[in-house]
Ligand binder design. Sequence first.
Ligand code: 3PG
Length: 212
Amino acid sequence: MVKVLEDIQELGIVPVVVLDDVKDAMPLAKALCEGGLPCAEVTFRTEAAEESIRIMAENFPNMLIGAGTVLTTEQVDRAVAAGAKFIVSPGLNPRVVKYCVDKGIPMTPGCSNASDIEQALEFGLDVVKFFPAEPAGGLNMIKALAAPYVGVKFMPTGGINEKNVRDYLKYNRILACGGSWMVKGDLIKAGDFAKITELTKEAVAIVKEVRG
Ligand code: 3PG
C-alpha cells in the first residue's frame, strides 16, 4: 500500500470538506489540526476547492490534503498542482483512474458493487472508497464484498457519523472512514471553528477507543 494510504489508515477518519469560500480554508485547516486530525478531502464541487487546497497545503505542510469529487483528468492536474496528495472520486471512471495510476498519484475510486471492485483490481488498486456507504448497504455490504476480494481495503463514505463510525472502524478491512459530520457546512459558514475542533477531537477519541 502506498504511504499516503498508510497515513490515512493511521488517522482512521478523513474529514470530507465542502468549501464555498477560500477565506475558510486557513481556519478550517487549523481547526482540524488542533482537533488532532491533520487531514482533509477537499471536494471539487465548488469554485473554491482548488485554491483552498493550495492554501491548506502551503500553510500546513504536515497536513494530508486530498481532493474529492474528482471527475476529470483536468481536475486531477489542478488538484495535484495545488498540493493534493491523494485523489478521491465518487465512482470509478476508468480514464481518471488510469491517469492517476500511470502518474503514480494515489487514487481511491468510489465502488459500490463487485464489478466496480474488479475494475479497481484491474488497475492494480487495493484500496477503494465505498460510496455512498450507508445507502449502498453499509457495513454488511462491505463485509459481503470483502469476502471474495481478500486483498482489498475499503474507505466507506456517505452517511457515516459519530453514531455509526465505531462499527465501521471495528472491522479490520476498513482503511478509514470518510465523513463530513465534524466539518458541516453550517459550522463553516457560521465561522464556528471551535465547534469543528471539538467535534474533531471527539472523532479522534473514537478512533483511539476502537483501534487503540
Ligand atoms: C459526500 O458525498 O459529501 C461525502 O460522501 C460525505 O458524505 P456525508 O456528508 O454523508 O458524510
